[in-house]
Design a protein around this ligand. Structure first.
Ligand SMILES: Nc1ncnc2c1ncn2[C@@H]1O[C@H](COP(=O)(O)OP(=O)(O)OP(=O)(O)O)[C@@H](O)[C@H]1O
Ligand SMILES: [Mg+2]
Length: 251
């Protein structure tokens, strides 16, 4: 069954057609990779899923509900979480605090400073945050200030901040960008484990083909705003249209 259904989505920036009649079905509890050369429209599409951008035309339906015209925090509330292309964390706070904030926001509907002042008397939230930090391998550093983490660990922290919200759908824009091979392999293993244990559907935008082919059940290939191919990894590997898009693109 599809958890996300994208139909005939178009989005232009001035004269540039960033999304040109995009159609996409994401099956529940799978990892769906979106690949394609720079400027293909991958991040634009993801921004439409989270309400940061509104398509000019078309429909986006998540779990039976239209995502169009809904505010980003409401989309988040119904089960869509996103890891950004550059980590978005609270740099001056500890890891534990970083994870407790989205946990509180999820439980109470929104986050306010009042919640923050009550954070010390939230043992259940603290426990859950610690559990998630343990899951991503950061429990030893729970009282460390987030800004001092390595890039790879910041990504892990961001992932913890997402999964503590119990999303049904997790969107990851280049989760291993800028990572060493070792950090990349750790992240792939972590994503796989988290997907299986928590039954989270994932959409991953990724340039690293090693990551794509290790994680994805399905791959959609975008080029110049359109999905030019869609299928299982071994179908995509040998597709001449895909090779052409990469050779003709910026890569
Ligand atoms: N807010 C914006 N205003 C104007 N043009 C934009 C905007 N966002 C994206 N674009 C343009 O839309 C096209 C698609 O961009 P997008 O960022 O979606 O590509 P991408 O596939 O994510 O590329 P990359 O792999 O480099 O991240 C590009 O030509 C880009 O310059
Ligand atoms: Mg992008």
């Amino acid at each position: 069954m599809s958890i996300l259904s994208v139909q005939n989505v178009n989005k232009s920036f001035g004269g540039l057609k960033a999304l040109d009649n995009v159609n996409l079905e994401v099956e529940e509890q799978t990892v769906h990779a979106i690949i394609g050369p720079n400027g293909a429209g991958k991040s634009t599409l993801l921004n439409c899923f989270v309400g940061r951008l509104t398509p000019d035309t078309g429909s986006i339906v998540f779990n039976g509900a239209s995502l169009l015209g809904i505010m980003p925090h409401e989309i988040n509330q119904i089960g869509v979480a996103r890891v950004f292309q550059t980590p978005e964390i609270f740099a001056d706070l500890t890891l534990l605090e970083n994870v407790m904030i989205p946990a509180l926001a999820t439980r109470d509907g929104s986050f306010s400073l009042q919640l923050w002042s009550r954070m010390d008397c939230q043992p259940d939230i603290r426990e859950e945050a610690e559990h998630v930090l343990r899951d991503v391998g950061l429990i030893e550093q729970k009282d460390v200030i987030a800004d001092s983490l390595s890039r790879g660990d910041k990504r892990r922290l961001e992932l913890a901040m997402c999964i503590v919200q119990h999303p049904k759908l997790l969107l990851l824009d280049e989760p291993t960008a800028g990572m060493s091979r070792a950090d990349t392999n750790d992240t792939v293993a972590l994503l796989r484990r988290i997907g299986e244990e928590r039954r989270i559907t994932k959409i991953v935008i990724e340039h690293d083909m090693h990551v794509v082919f290790s994680l994805a059940h399905k791959i959609s290939v975008m080029s110049q705003g359109t999905v030019i191919a869609q299928g299982e990894p071994n179908e995509i590997k040998g597709n001449p249209k895909v090779q052409e898009a990469y050779l003709g693109g910026a890569h």
